[in-house]
Design a protein around this ligand. Structure first.
Ligand SMILES: Cc1cc2nc3c(=O)[nH]c(=O)nc-3n(C[C@H](O)[C@H](O)[C@H](O)COP(=O)(O)OP(=O)(O)OC[C@H]3O[C@@H](n4cnc5c(N)ncnc54)[C@H](O)[C@@H]3O)c2cc1C
Length: 384
């Protein structure tokens, strides 16, 4: 293993691999990516990989719109022969309350200002998009056909292979145990396989990012929380878009092979690193999804698993340097939607490291850690 690097990226999920690749595009050489397990063994491999642009704040819109644009041609850009399976089959978000209707209408008008042709559907129009949706209590829905989902495995592998081709050393089974520090600067990264001296570090450790920060005496206002997900056997095609209900808190999609993926958060889930799965989840998600999409009830469940959300106070990412350390770049706190913003986030972390202007200049002050001290937050009305 190399003992010296310009940049050590910690974490081999979609964020870490994408950042390593983006750095190579900007001429940074001598990059080592360290991953304590195998690539995409964290949240990335366990996620729904849904990608939506239907957000209610300008920042989240810009992050997701820029990322979708990049995802549309990423396989070609990265010269990845298997493709990343980007299915733009839309997101359908049902509305059940008057308050929600007003909020969604506001969101749609903002989304349209950003050039997205999002539709607000009346109840009688909903079945033209999701033929099996129950009309019980349904007041309408929003739908955007350019949202979708992609393969988290192929996407991350594509970034990792392109990074490797561009000279990045990827060290698997390499766990960061601490740092050697000189005042506010990290001088080297201590791992179970030896030390790597470096100019700077990227913390892209997902659900473990607060532990990594703590090793540099930085306390992040983050916690990790188990989120569970399941998949059914393949059945005949029932619906095409991702269906995401803020009222019920679930998301579900039918994959091209007919299998149905579904997940829901548990308001009573304790903070922590538990990654078991439970019957309670299976029962809850099945009841909620079949109350909205009754025909899904005939599918048999084949597997369930879980992963960690890394949750920030406003459920928006934290990007950039903390005030205590001058060379540990944070790419953390993605909550339930880090996969969909990976292209824009990784580009901007690389821009920060190479002192370029950011693709979204406001991200420097709106997504930094200091926003919480200043009493500022991203107030996103549309997040589960
Ligand atoms: C059930 C579920 C469903 C989700 N659905 C969606 C969705 O539909 N759309 C979406 O956009 N997002 C979704 N997410 C969120 C998304 O998965 C994450 O935001 C995203 O994958 C974060 O990527 P990451 O690279 O930061 O973290 P990870 O993929 O977790 O990668 C971090 C890596 O750091 C490594 N690491 C940790 N500590 C150390 C150490 N000490 N030394 C070395 N390596 C270390 C870990 O092993 C891990 O591989 C979902 C998450 C879950 C759990």
């Amino acid at each position: 293993m190399k003992t010296k690097a310009a940049v050590v990226v910690i974490g081999g999920g979609v964020i870490g691999t994408a950042i390593a690749y983006e750095l190579t595009l900007r001429g940074v050489r001598d990059i080592v990516l360290v991953e304590k397990n195998t690539l995409f063994s964290g949240a990335t491999a366990r996620c729904g990989a849904g990608v939506r642009q239907q957000w209610g704040t300008e920042m989240n819109l810009r992050l997701s719109i820029g990322s979708v644009k990049r995802y549309e041609t990423l396989a070609e850009e990265l010269d990845y022969p298997h493709g990343i399976e980007f299915s733009q089959t839309g997101y359908f978000m049902p509305v059940y309350t008057e308050k929600q209707r007003q909020q969604f209408e506001k969101n749609v008008s903002l989304q349209r200002k950003f050039g997205l042709d999002v539709q607000y559907l009346q109840p009688e129009e909903c079945r033209s998009i999701v033929p099996i949706v129950s009309l019980d209590g349904l007041l309408g829905a929003t739908y955007y056909d350019k949202d979708g989902y992609l393969s988290p495995f192929h996407t991350t592998a594509a970034y990792a292979e392109a990074a490797k081709r561009n000279g990045v050393c990827i060290e698997k089974n390499t766990e960061v145990l601490g740092f050697t520090m000189e005042k506010e600067t990290i001088r080297s990264v201590k791992t179970n396989r030896g030390d790597i001296s470096c100019d700077c570090v990227v913390n892209a450790a997902g659900g473990w990012s607060q532990e990594i920060a703590q090793m540099a005496h930085v306390t992040l206002p983050l916690f990790s929380e188990r989120h569970q997900i399941l998949v059914t056997e393949p059945i005949e095609p029932l619906f095409r878009p991702m269906v995401m209900s803020f009222t019920h808190g679930f998301y579900t999609q039918q994959e091209p092979n007919g299998a149905i993926l579904m997940g829901v958060g548990d308001p009573h889930e304790p903070k922590g690193y538990n990654m078991d799965h439970s019957y309670h989840f299976l029962h809850t998600v099945a009841s909620l999804v079949t109350s909205v999409l009754p025909a899904v009830g005939k599918a048999r469940v084949v597997r369930q698993w879980s992963g960690l959300y890394n949750i920030s106070p406003d459920k928006a990412p934290i990007l950039g340097l903390p005030k205590e350390v001058n060379n540990m770049f944070l790419a953390v706190g993605f909550s339930g939607h880090g996969f969909m913003v990976a292209p824009m986030v990784s580009e901007m972390i690389a821009q920060m490291i190479t002192n370029e202007e950011l693709s979204i200049p406001e991200a420097r002050t709106q997504l930094d850690l200091g926003r919480y001290d200043r009493g500022e937050r991203i107030v996103e009305p549309s997040v589960v």
